[in-house]
Every structure is written in C-alpha cells, then in structure tokens.
Design a protein around this ligand. Structure first.
Ligand SMILES: [Fe+2]
Ligand SMILES: [Fe+2]
Length: 283
C-alpha cells in the first residue's frame, strides 16, 4: 500500500477510511494517459468494486490482496461487463470463495460470449437497490454518463464515497492520485474530452432532462468521488466537475482522430513502431 505522496501504479492508496483505490493507467498517445482504477472497501464485509483489467492481471490481483485477504472478501460489485472492469472476474471469484457477485442479468448475458458466470454465486443488484455489507449500506445508482447499458455506480453512505464508474473520465498528462494536481484548464479540457469519449450520445441529450439526472447524483453530496478513469475528486473539484458535466449536451461533439492523424503518427515514428504482439500477461 502507498500514500498519495508515494503514488505508484498498482499500489493501492487510501482515499477514505478503509477505502482504497487500486490505480492503474494506460498510455494514450497523443493525449497522455487514461486512469484505469478499481476500488476496495475494507469494511466488516470487504467489497471489491470492479476487478481490474486483464492486461495486468497478476499485478492487479497482488495489489488487491495487499489490501484484503481474498478469503475475507464477501462481495464483488461489478459495475458493468466492460473488459477494464470485469476483466479479472473469474480469477477473482476463484480466489474469493466466500464472495457473492453483485451484478445484473444483462451483464451475465453479455459476458457469456467469453465465460459462464457462476449463477449460484450471483445476486442481482439493479439501479436503486441497496446492499447491507455489515457495517454500511451501499446504494447502486446509474451514473450520468456511461459506455455500457448495464452500468451502475456505488455510493457508500458511511464514508460518503461515490464510485462513479466511467463518469468523470479524463486524460491526464501523467498518472496521479488526485485530480487537484491538474491545472484548471487541464481539468476542464479533460472532463469535456473524457465525457464525450465515453458518452458521445451526450450531444443528443435534452439538457433540462440531463440536469435532473445530474441533480440526483449530486444530491448524494459525496465527499470523495473515485472512478475508473479519473484521479480522485474532492473538495471544490467535485462541484466544478458537476458543472462541467452539465455543459456536455451543449458543446460540439469531440472530433475523432482520423486516418490522416494515424498516417502522421506513423510517419513521425519512422518505422520504429514494432509489429503488434499479443500481451504476454493475459494468462
Ligand atoms: Fe465502461
Ligand atoms: Fe471503463
């Protein structure tokens, strides 16, 4: 485990009492890096929130078990079935025989093209459902932006920590534990970029209806917002992030990178880009 002063990828750090982010990030040229985080709530009945990405499976599992003994894990809350969230689900379930998987009917179905999720270990948790995990009640809620229809976020009313899943996604110049490290311009640009990347449909939204959706989440009054693709938000950056989120229906869509961009990158690399190789760690 580490602190924000000694931040390293795949070294969990505490973001609230007994609540830890497992940070990881992907290089994303030419826009820097994208965080790829997950979370552990080490309460009376420990909860894993998402299971990390398969690209770093051994390292992710080691990081998680540095926070909690896998035999103590009682719950695995899967926000949705995207690879960066569910990629290590089966190894996690194998390592945590005492854990119940909190998921949805549709997520299980969407994962069935790759694996059979053990139904006898599942409990369906839909939007608005609550889960008693011993010393706290967790609330599942749909975050305002998402890139998968099964998505549910998680609010822990004991610590006032909100796991926002793919909402508040941002690129960062370098991986960092806290979004306060971004300049005001980087923060604004990152929220606009990440939001439109995750949810390009934001441009179709009725702005007034969307404000009401955002109100519901902001009314939770979270003290800490952690998410898969964002450094942790606290203090004034939380209100600022909600303000930026509210603007998304009214700004032009993000312009995708084009083949001309790819050609320019390849030319700049002057043939030094190695042929694509399978990742050796996906075992
Ligand atoms: Fe996603
Ligand atoms: Fe994601």
């Amino acid at each position: 485990m580490t602190t924000t002063e000694t931040f390293n990828l795949l070294e969990p750090y505490e973001v609230a009492e007994e609540t830890f982010v497992i940070p990881w990030a992907l290089e994303a040229p030419p826009v820097g890096h994208f965080p790829m985080n997950s979370m552990v709530i080490r309460g009376a009945e420990p909860v894993l929130v998402d299971t990390g990405a398969p690209a770093v499976r051994p390292q992710w599992l080691e990081a998680a078990w540095s926070v909690v003994d896998p035999l103590d894990v009682r719950w695995v809350f899967l926000t949705h079935d995207d690879r960066d969230h569910a990629g290590n689900l089966l190894p996690v379930l194998a390592a945590c025989p005492n854990a119940t998987l909190l998921t949805t009917w549709f997520s299980i179905g969407r994962m069935a093209d790759e694996w059979e999720t053990p139904l006898n270990r599942c409990r369906f948790v839909n939007e608005g459902d609550t889960v008693d995990v011993g010393d706290r009640t967790l609330v599942a809620m749909r975050p305002p932006l998402f890139d998968n229809p099964t998505t549910r976020g998680l609010f822990d009313s004991k610590t006032n920590v909100l796991w926002s899943v793919d909402t508040f996604a941002t690129n960062v110049p370098t991986p960092m534990p806290d979004i306060a490290e971004l300049s005001a311009d980087e923060f604004r640009d990152g929220q606009f970029f990440g939001g439109r990347l995750v949810s390009p449909w934001a441009a179709w939204l009725d702005s007034q209806k969307f404000q009401a959706v955002v109100d519901d989440i902001q009314r939770l009054d979270a003290d800490v917002i952690a998410g898969c693709h964002s450094p942790v938000l606290r203090g004034p950056r939380i209100a600022e992030a909600f303000d930026l989120l509210r603007q998304l229906p009214d700004i032009p869509p993000w312009r995708e990178f084009t083949q001309a961009d790819l050609d320019a990158w390849m030319a700049a690399a002057e043939g030094s880009v190695p042929p694509e190789q399978p990742r050796p760690s996906d075992t």
